[in-house]
Design a protein around this ligand. Structure first.
Ligand code: ADP
Ligand code: MG
Length: 270
């Protein structure tokens, strides 16, 4: 089977729609998601909100096949990227992880590696061999897209671990972009950052959304309202697996939620 359709040009990233159909998930016999369906439209930012433990991170990891790294984990349902089955038996695992990148809560650059080497680290995953000129171009373009270029262009050989937390998170975004993903999943990317760094990352996300579909998990309702155009509210009632209670356009979810539980959550009542 061929890989996912390539980006239209080698310079730009490509917009793609990600969709989950009837996704359920288990750790051993513990069911943590029940038949979750959600379309994450191309070029938009979709926010996943909901209390801790309702399966948001598990859902993200199912989207890019990281869930299967946990030995006890299993899932049912389908994930499609632009209509193609991410879980097709013939599809290479690395294909899915390349097409659908992930940024985590805690910035995790390789601390001893230079800033430049951090950006290029993802290329090993793709087995891409690039000339020195191409590599330099890629480093500059990814750091620019991640909003970090101006701050680091004079010290590309300095270790990634020497950057501030917010800069490290943007370096991780640049590293994800280097393999030209179609989708970027961000699991509470600002939870470990101060308000100023958070604002910078939000601005970066809004610019990136023109080139890559973004799905962000956040506990910050103001952040969801500021950055996302679509929103899904996850909830796991006592002892039951997580489900989506409501999803839709962000202004409607915050302004006129249909379900009382959504209204309570977005207004901070639980
Ligand atoms: P959220 O991101 O919404 O806080 P998670 O997806 O992390 O929720 O967790 C959903 C449920 O799955 C929780 O009950 C959690 O304890 C359980 N869980 C998450 N990861 C694992 C794991 N590696 N092994 C076993 N249970 C897990
Ligand atoms: Mg989580």
């Amino acid at each position: 089977m061929p890989g996912f359709p390539p980006a239209p040009s080698s310079r730009s990233l490509a917009l793609a729609e990600l969709a989950a159909y009837d996704v359920s998930a288990w750790f051993g016999t513990h069911k943590v998601l029940d038949r979750v369906s959600l379309t994450m439209p191309a070029g938009e930012i979709t926010a996943l909100i909901g209390p801790s433990g309702c399966g948001k991170s598990t859902f993200l990891r199912i989207l890019n096949r990281m869930h299967e790294l946990v030995p006890s984990a299993s899932m049912a349902g389908e994930v499609q990227l632009d209509g193609e089955d991410v879980y097709a038996p013939t599809r290479k695992l690395t294909d899915a992880r390349k097409a659908i990148g992930m940024v985590f809560q805690k910035p995790n650059p390789f601390p001893a590696m230079s800033i430049e080497q951090n950006v290029l680290a993802g290329l090993k995953l793709t087995g891409t061999r690039a000339s020195k000129d191409t590599r330099e171009e890629l480093v500059q373009s990814c750091l620019t897209k991640a909003g970090l270029w101006k701050e680091v262009k004079d010290r590309l050989s300095a270790p990634g671990g020497g950057l501030s937390g917010g800069q490290q998170q943007r370096l991780c975004i640049a590293r994800s972009l280097a393999v030209r993903p179609r989708v970027l999943l961000m699991d509470e990317p600002c939870s470990a950052l101060d308000p100023t760094s958070t604002r910078v990352i939000e601005e970066t996300m809004l610019e990136l959304a023109e080139e890559v579909t973004i799905v962000i998990v956040t506990h910050n309702m103001q952040q969801a309202a500021r950055v996302s155009s679509r929103c899904a509210f996850f909830l796991a009632a006592q002892g039951t697996p997580g489900v989506i209670i409501e999803h839709g356009d962000t202004p409607a979810m915050f302004g006129a939620p249909q379900d009382r539980r959504t209204a309570d959550y977005v207004s901070g009542r639980f």
